[in-house]
Design a protein. Structure first.
Length: 346
């Protein structure tokens, strides 16, 4: 995997750009306060200080920039493209998003009263993003923070035997696409052409099965522990807990199992060899995440940059409205690719 040279860490602590103050406190992500007169032109300011911001993200794993007063999706789009010119087009989304512009999306559609547990964005894909960009245009009335957790610290806190198993086997994601829950296969793959979906799955190590009713089931095995492409540190990097059945609210899980059966859930995770992951393991992972979580409530106009390998993120329950736009960049290309599971795509 590789990140651009602009993200390489500096030998000493990275200084804050002129006209800003860096606030680093326990329990909160680093917050870079931009002086009001310094950022009257947010896109221009982002372009001027791109390298300094990226160096701060490499040092700290994430950075919340406060004071840019981002007002709309057009302005957020311009800032994103100055910070990461080549934005990714999302594939394999587990829930629909609204597309504001190519590579610029709404937050994932997820019930506001339910948390989105800690995860690394699109870590189940063959080339997940190395960088996340988020802008808050309208903060929630209450809650709704994008909380963060340091992946190397989480890895060190997990039981060694559990880490060893996931390190050796990886993790397995199973999905059943339908028109009722989450993204349909047409939405996830950006096409209604079954042949194009099959070609995509072959190219991205996804085992695929069309069901008699026309629905789609897939499974893919991915690494659960990776080395950071710049620092070389081992990171817990997956969505094992977030996309597991035991993370769902009990009544939601029981309803889905009753309607679709235990093998027809919209998404679920397993150990890499196919064994089920117990509720105790999921609770353990989520509890370790919680012990390493930092959070800062969104304010209108905030910008956040997240190193998607070094730092997991979550979305806490909230009272609407909440308008956070998202972009992804710098896809990670594994040096070794996970082979397609037995049976191949069909």
């Amino acid at each position: 995997m590789s990140l651009p040279t602009s993200a390489l860490p500096t030998p000493a602590a990275v200084p804050a750009p002129p006209g800003t103050d860096l606030d680093v406190h326990h329990g909160k992500p680093p917050v870079l306060h931009v002086h009001p007169r310094t950022a009257e032109d947010p896109p221009g300011w982002a372009a001027e200080h791109r390298h300094a911001l990226r160096d701060l993200v490499t040092e700290h794993g994430a950075l919340l920039v406060r004071g840019l007063a981002l007002r709309d999706t057009g302005q957020a789009d311009a800032v994103f493209r100055h910070l990461a010119p080549a934005l990714m087009t999302e594939r394999e989304a587990f829930s629909p998003r609204h597309t504001h512009a190519p590579g610029v999306y709404s937050s994932t559609a997820w019930p506001p009263n339910q948390p989105m547990c800690m995860h690394h964005e699109l870590s189940y894909t063959h080339a997940p993003p190395g960088l996340l960009l988020l802008a808050c245009l309208t903060p929630p009335r209450t809650g709704g923070a994008t909380a963060l957790a340091d992946a190397p610290a989480v890895l060190d806190a997990l039981p060694p035997h559990l880490v060893r198993r996931f390190d050796e086997e990886g993790w397995l994601l199973t999905r059943t696409y339908n028109d009722e829950i989450g993204a349909s296969w047409e939405e996830a793959f950006g096409t209604d052409d079954q042949a194009a979906v099959e070609e995509y799955c072959r190219a991205h190590a996804i085992d695929l099965h069309w069901q008699p009713d026309g629905s789609l089931r897939t499974r893919q095995r991915r690494p659960a522990v990776v080395r950071h492409p710049v620092t070389g540190r081992r990171c817990w990097f997956n969505q094992v807990a977030f996309l597991n059945e035991w993370t769902m609210a009990e009544e939601v899980r029981e309803y889905l199992v009753d309607v679709y059966g235990p093998d027809g859930l919209p998404f679920n995770t397993r150990f890499g060899n196919g064994d089920p992951i117990g509720e105790d393991v999921v609770q353990l992972i989520n509890s370790v995440y919680e012990r390493h979580t930092v959070r800062e409530p969104w304010q209108a106009g905030d910008l956040m940059l997240v190193d998607n390998v070094r730092t997991a993120h979550s979305r806490e329950p909230f009272e609407p409205p909440r308008d956070v736009v998202v972009a992804m960049a710098e896809p990670l290309h594994p040096t070794t690719r996970t082979p397609i599971l037995e049976g191949g795509a069909r």
